[in-house]
Every structure is written in C-alpha cells, then in structure tokens.
Design a protein around this ligand. Structure first.
Ligand code: SF4
Length: 267
C-alpha cells in the first residue's frame, strides 16, 4: 500500500531535520531484517514458505539529496521541493537568510486564505500589526483591503493574501533587493502550490518585484500583465489609499478590470 500523505509529510519533515543536523546520507536498511518483519509468523507446526530473495535497493534510493554547505538557514532549493503549503510555511518559519529581518521579526507572516483560490493578492511585506499577529493585511490598510474585496463581492476567505517578504522590515522600510531575492523562492513555490489564475499586485513594490520591472505603478495599472501564465493586474497599495484618498477611484477602476477578467464584473 502506498504511504499516506500524512506519512509522506512526516517522513519529509524527518529527512529535513536530519539534513539540517548535517546528515546527508542514510544507511541501507537491513534487507534480511526487513524481510523478517514483512513475513507474518506462521502457526505452530506449519511449514514456513521460503522468503523471496531480498533485493538490495539501488544506492540512489538510499542517498539523501545534497544540501549546500552554507548557510545553515533554508535554501531556495528546499522551498522548491516543499510538497505542500504547510511544509513551505514551516521552512519559512525557520528561515534566517536575511540577518536583520530574522533578528528583528516577532514571527514570519506566511499568507492566509483559500489555498485553492483563483485570485492571489500580493503585498510587499508585513507591517507592525502583521508581525504581531502573523497574518498579512490586518492593520488599517488590511481593513481597507477587506472593504475593497467586499465591494467586489469577495470575502478574504475567497482569495489568498501573501507578501513578497515573509518578515517585517524594521520601521516598515521598503524591502531591500537582496531581501526580496532571498525570499523569492518561497513566493514562487507558494504560487506554484496555489496555482492561481490571477494575481493582483498591491503597490509598486509588489508589482515591480513580481514582474521584474522598474516601471512606475501608475503605468503598470490599467492593463493585464503575465507572470508565468498567470494574469496580473496592478493597483495601488491600500496604505497609499489611506494617505491619498483621491487614488481610490483609480483603484476601483483596477478592481473592475480584475473582476471582468475573473468573469464576475462589478459596477
Ligand atoms: S524575508 Fe524571507 S528570506 Fe528573508 S529571513 Fe524572512 S523568510 Fe527568510
């Protein structure tokens, strides 16, 4: 019988912990012992059928994947191999690739919402409220985002909300390019696992990082972009709307464009 998903997850976690401890290969199982364990005890006096000759597994099956020597923290290759959002979240929680962010964060902020959502909302990084609660977009900007979603006939649970960075930059400064690069493996794997049809980039930092461009957000909004086959609509960050309410009209036009693309047009 093939192992269950839970068993595979536990095994994967176990291998990860061994790997983190510096173990990069495992001894081959004692094939004779395995054969004994797989053979039910016969009733007393019954003839014991001969066991099939045990076959040693090929060396490749017992070798663990190589891990880069340094740093100790999670590498992007680990992220790319994560089989589920839960495992990826655990990798993020243990990540220390960005020294300053890892030293100053309260916790990592992975993402929240429907793991099978058609639409992902992408922000730039957690703020103070998000760092405290572990959930993206829960402060004043998050409350405005919830209202924008509701105006579109959506609930937060209908979408998946995530950020470019999983750790709060001190003082809510913009993410540094090397920090975004460090975290990119997590973001890409998160999107691979969710497989959304649409991404809405909230603000210039999210849009420029995802689309790898330096074009201004004012020029990126108003049209549909492509990211690895996913349709991307860019709009202003809700925090910007709090400071510049006049931009709400433009944001509403962007949301109408997005909802038309989703096949759920709004007035
Ligand atoms: S921002 Fe991303 S890459 Fe940097 S420490 Fe946090 S989880 Fe790791």
């Amino acid at each position: 019988m093939p192992p269950s998903a839970d068993l595979r997850t536990l095994l994967w976690q176990h291998l990860q912990s061994l790997q983190s401890a510096g173990v990069d290969c495992l001894p081959r199982p004692d094939s004779q012992r395995v054969a004994q364990l797989n053979t039910a005890s016969p009733p007393a006096g019954a003839a014991v059928p001969p066991s099939p000759a045990p076959t040693a597994p090929p060396a490749a099956e017992t070798a663990m994947p190589r891990k880069p020597a340094a740093p100790v923290s999670t590498a992007p290759t680990d992220a790319a191999a994560a089989p589920s959002l839960e495992i990826l979240q655990q990798l993020v929680a243990g990540c220390t690739r960005c020294d300053e962010l890892a030293a100053t964060r309260t916790q990592t902020v992975f993402g929240v919402g429907n793991p099978h959502a058609r639409l992902c909302l992408l922000g730039e990084a957690p703020g103070a409220d998000e760092d405290r609660t572990g959930e993206p977009f829960v402060g004043r900007a998050g409350q405005l985002l919830t209202k924008i979603l509701e105006a579109c006939g959506l609930k937060r649970d209908d979408v998946y909300i995530l950020n470019v960075l999983k750790c709060r930059p001190p003082g809510n400064r913009n993410p540094e390019p090397d920090e975004a690069a460090n975290c990119r493996g997590f973001l890409d794997r998160q999107l691979d696992l969710i497989q959304p049809e649409f991404i809405c980039c909230l603000g210039a930092v999210a849009a420029r990082n995802l689309l790898d461009t330096q074009v201004a957000i004012g020029k990126l909004r108003g049209s549909v972009h492509d990211y690895r086959g996913i349709k991307v609509v860019c709009t202003y960050h809700p925090a910007y709307l709090l400071r510049n309410p006049a931009a709400k009209g433009a944001t509403w036009e962007d949301m109408k464009l997005l909802m038309r693309e989703l096949g759920q047009p709004v007035d």
